[in-house]
Design a protein around this ligand. Structure first.
Ligand SMILES: CC(=O)SCCNC(=O)CCNC(=O)[C@H](O)C(C)(C)COP(=O)(O)OP(=O)(O)OC[C@H]1O[C@@H](n2cnc3c(N)ncnc32)[C@H](O)[C@@H]1OP(=O)(O)O
Ligand SMILES: O=C([O-])CC(=O)C(=O)O
Length: 455
């Protein structure tokens, strides 16, 4: 059922929300509302005390070099350490796995509990996490005319392009855009940013799974079972087992956020800084994620593995042949997908966490064994090349084989799952951008001519 704000924005008659939805709808928003004045004061005090401190100097090389290492963003939801990996609001991946509420009978954190953590900095109670499950189910309906538009997309259109287009159309329901057009006071921007974010996140399982079922299963769309967010995604893709639901909860938790400088988070933040609404801002993040050096690398990894397997005539493959293939890739001017990182300098803990899932659920899977073998062979080769700063495995080196194991072999769909998860992090951040009144982002650029003449 659409919530009252969304129905109004879509020109539909408001209907009474269920008692459950009304109760739960207030929980997270109420907590965020309580936290905003505290956080605004904190930021004000930090800026007053430390506003003139220097975070870093920027060299000409950094300006040409993709701003690597330039410290110039503030993002509250997570922080990346080059050696330790990501911490979500201070909690490492194992700490989240231990502390965050789970589904009944499950071992992996509910994405709902992670979203609560990202939004508030607090570990939710089981009841708080479950209130989000209820709330997202209550907000999950996609208007029928938008479903029809999604159904009209050709199967040949890349699923990421379908996702961008679908979210672009969903934007007609943006409460932020409407409130802005109606002249809302800037102190209230966060409220409709929050509502749009919640509506968009709630609808993503319906949208993402519809794209999958249309593209690969002749439009045989599966209705939401109304379980938790991760379980709904698994079920609507066509996987009803406990194990795939667990995998989907884990996947959605792991891919959600990676501080503010990665291309999808930064793109969402940048576009959001123009006061573009959450739907349009998120499409910017999705298009960034669709690049092969970023999220699409998970698709590229699976393709790379499949080409290796075809070329060597099946598994297992010897270390010698694999080494030869890695060098062929490098010598032909291509990257080895799933390895290297702009910030991380050791194995990505998201890789390690997925490996633990595989060891528990699918230790004998031949492609998992190939991934493990590559994990031994690729890093020393890459680190033997002086220009490469890290040869370590990143998150994308592993995710595809987990999905493939359970039968989800359509690799050009994988990044849609990544994007669905990434919505949790970047939309939580966007809500805080509005709550803290962050301004338009607009760094200064120079020409080469200027640098030659002035540096
Ligand atoms: C969710 C994510 O986004 S995780 C990352 C997913 N992307 C991939 O797995 C793609 C493969 N990896 C890469 O292309 C890179 O390691 C990136 C894009 C992730 C990081 O790039 P950078 O920060 O520029 O890394 P770095 O400083 O080490 O790059 C220096 C050189 O090494 C190369 N290099 C880095 N990693 C690799 C790799 N895996 N294979 C081959 N070459 C590599 C770069 O292409 C660059 O070459 P160039 O100077 O000729 O352009
Ligand atoms: O941090 C980065 O640059 C890329 C990455 O791993 C992510 O966004 O998940």
């Amino acid at each position: 059922m659409l919530n009252t704000f969304a129905r109004r924005a879509l020109g539909l008659k408001p209907v009474a929300a269920t008692a459950v939805a009304t109760r739960s709808m207030s929980l997270l928003r109420k907590r965020v509302e309580e936290l905003i004045p505290e956080k605004q004061e904190e930021v004000k005090a930090v800026r007053a005390e430390k506003g003139d401190k220097v975070l870093c100097e920027v060299t000409v090389d950094q300006a040409y070099g993709g701003m690597r290492g330039v410290k110039s963003l503030v993002t509250e939801t997570s922080l990346l350490d080059p050696h330790e990996g990501i911490r979500f609001r201070g909690l490492s991946i194992p700490e989240c796995q231990e502390q965050l509420p789970k589904a009944a009978g499950g071992d992996e954190p509910l994405p709902e509990s992670l979203f609560w953590l990202l939004m508030t900095g607090e570990v939710p109670t089981q009841a708080e996490a479950e209130s989000l499950t209820e709330e997202w189910n209550a907000r999950s309906e996609v208007p029928e005319h938008i479903n029809k538009i999604i159904d009209s997309f050709p199967k040949t259109l890349h699923p990421m392009s379908q996702l961008v287009a679908a979210i672009g159309v969903l934007q007609e329901g943006s409460l932020f855009a409407k409130a802005y057009a109606d002249g809302v006071h800037k102190s209230k921007y966060w409220e409709t940013t929050y509502e749009d974010s919640m509506n968009l996140i709630a609808k993503l399982p319906n949208i993402s799974s519809r794209i999958y079922r249309n593209t690969y299963h002749n439009g045989d769309v599966i209705a939401s079972p109304g379980e938790d967010w991760g379980a709904n995604i698994a079920a609507q893709l066509g996987y009803d087992s406990h194990e795939v639901k667990e995998l989907m909860r884990l996947y959605m938790f792991l891919h959600s956020d990676h501080e503010g400088g990665n291309a999808s988070a930064h793109a969402t933040h940048l576009v959001g800084s123009t006061l573009s609404d959450p739907y349009l801002s998120f499409t910017a993040g999705v298009t960034a994620l669709a690049g092969p050096l970023h999220g699409l690398a998970n698709q590229e990894v699976l393709r790379w593995l499949n080409v290796v397997i075809d070329e060597v005539g099946g598994l297992p493959v010897s270390d010698e042949k694999l080494t030869e293939y890695i060098w062929d890739t490098l010598n032909s001017g291509r990257v080895v997908p799933g390895y290297g990182h702009a910030v991380l300098r050791t194995d990505d803990p998201r890789y390690t966490c997925q490996q633990q899932f595989a060891l528990k659920h699918m230790p004998e899977d031949p492609k998992f064994k190939l991934v493990k073998q590559l994990h031994e062979l690729v890093p020393p080769i890459l680190t033997s090349i002086p220009k490469i700063k890290s040869g370590a495995a990143n998150v994308d080196a592993h995710s595809g084989v987990l999905l493939t194991h359970y039968g989800l072999t359509e690799d050009n769909y994988y990044t849609v799952l990544f994007a669905t998860s990434r919505a949790l992090g970047v939309l939580a951040s966007l809500t805080w951008d509005r709550a803290l009144g962050l301004p338009l982002e607009r760094p200064k650029s120079y020409t080469t001519e200027w640098i030659k003449n002035n540096m």
